[in-house]
Design a binder for this molecule. Structure first.
Ligand code: UT7
Length: 334
């Protein structure tokens, strides 16, 4: 069995910055409320017709490949995580295969696990590499969520939290022992599916899908029971991190960096206190980008890559929780 290692990371965010003050102008909210409850100061919104979920993914993938010293022709497989695809079907993975200009007709898999999507995707890619089936895999998380948000007072409980952006990593085979992805851990609890979801268009009601699409406007924006999600998140984050550490005979004190999905700064701080991690071992960028769902973790990895914030042998834990509910972690030795 081989191991897989991240050999490049890149990200792309749209140029347009939307501050909390900008949101105050279009709904009944306040900069103070958003900062206090979530830590968010601003987020990026895509320009429709310019950015798409797939092309932001492609842009981040190009940077990741360049940093890895590789080209599109080295890519054996693509895994793409998103909850905001360009088309209801097909998923955006195939668009990346085309936009990158891959000479080979490499496979492209789309993963629908929302906030945990990137870690689920990393885990899938890791298994393909471990078995020797593929050598180099692009793993992408990208979201264009702003177009689906209810940016009125009615939707403020959700819409102030989310932003657009993309991140990608290149995962490659290594024969080094105890290096790269040490383990991944994934969970779900579907009884809570409707606590954070977009209901329409879908096949969950007796209404026809077509009718849903045309008449059920009220359900086409995300809906969330914020407090229930928060309560579950803090418990599951801690559990799944400890699961990863225990599986590798490690303790929180061994960690060099905790890379949490950026759902809420208060969730991150709660988990940080529980694990007794110092500030310099926890990465947060929710202040700048809000919650970019499947893209939060690869954007952080790319920012750390740029800042040369990753050293050989560093031990990282990635963890996420979100809609499904699904939650997941990955332990990485660089
Ligand atoms: O990444 C996916 C996973 N997502 C999460 O993990 C999110 C988890 N949940 C949360 O982060 C928090 O629950 C929120 C940030 C969504 C909300 O914070 P909260 O402290 O749970 O507030 P709340 O929903 O209980 O709302 C408190 C009050 C309500 O008013 P009343 O009923 O107390 O008068 C809301 O109507 O705040 C009101 N409110 C707002 N006020 C100003 C809700 N949204 C807003 C807003 N601006 N944007």
């Amino acid at each position: 069995m081989y191991n897989s290692k991240i050999v490049g990371a890149g990200h792309y965010v749209p140029e347009k910055i939307v501050t909390n003050k900008d949101l105050e102008k279009i709904m009944d909210t306040s900069d103070e409320w958003i900062r206090e409850r979530s830590g968010i100061e601003e987020r990026r919104f895509a320009e429709m017709g310019v950015d798409t979920t797939a092309n932001m993914g492609t842009k981040s993938a190009k940077i990741a490949l360049e940093r890895a010293g590789l080209t599109a022709d080295d890519v054996d497989f693509i895994v793409f995580a998103t909850l905001s695809p360009d088309y209801y079907f097909p998923g955006p993975g195939v668009t990346v295969q085309h936009e990158l200009g891959c000479k080979r007709t490499v496979g492209a898999l789309d993963v629908r696990n929302q906030c945990s999507g990137f870690i689920y995707s990393l885990s899938v890619a890791d298994q393909f590499i471990k078995t020797g089936m593929y050598k180099t895999i692009l793993v992408i998380g990208s979201e264009l969520q702003s177009s689906g948000l209810d940016l009125t007072t009615r939707g403020r409980g959700v819409s102030v939290l989310f932003g657009d952006g993309a991140g990608a990593v290149v995962l490659q085979r290594t024969e080094e022992e105890n290096k790269g992805i040490l383990s991944t851990h994934m969970h779900s609890e579907g009884q809570f599916a409707e606590l954070l979801c977009v209901k329409s268009p879908g096949n969950h009601t007796k209404e026809k899908f077509y009718k849903d699409m045309h008449e059920d406007y009220k359900n086409t924006s995300p809906q969330m029971d914020g407090q229930a999600v928060f309560k579950n998140a803090v418990v599951r984050f801690s559990q799944v991190i400890m699961e990863a550490l225990k599986a590798n005979n490690c303790a929180p004190a061994d960690l060099d960096m905790f890379v949490p999905h950026q759902a809420n700064l208060r969730i991150t701080q709660f988990v940080q206190r529980k694990l007794q991690l110092p500030d310099n071992k926890v990465y947060s960028n929710i202040q700048k980008f809000g919650n970019t769902t499947a893209a939060t973790i690869p954007i952080i990895l790319s920012e750390l890559w740029e800042k040369k914030g990753i050293k050989e042998n560093d031990l990282f834990v990635l963890a996420a929780f979100g809609s499904g509910f699904t939650w997941a972690s990955a332990l990485i030795r660089w």
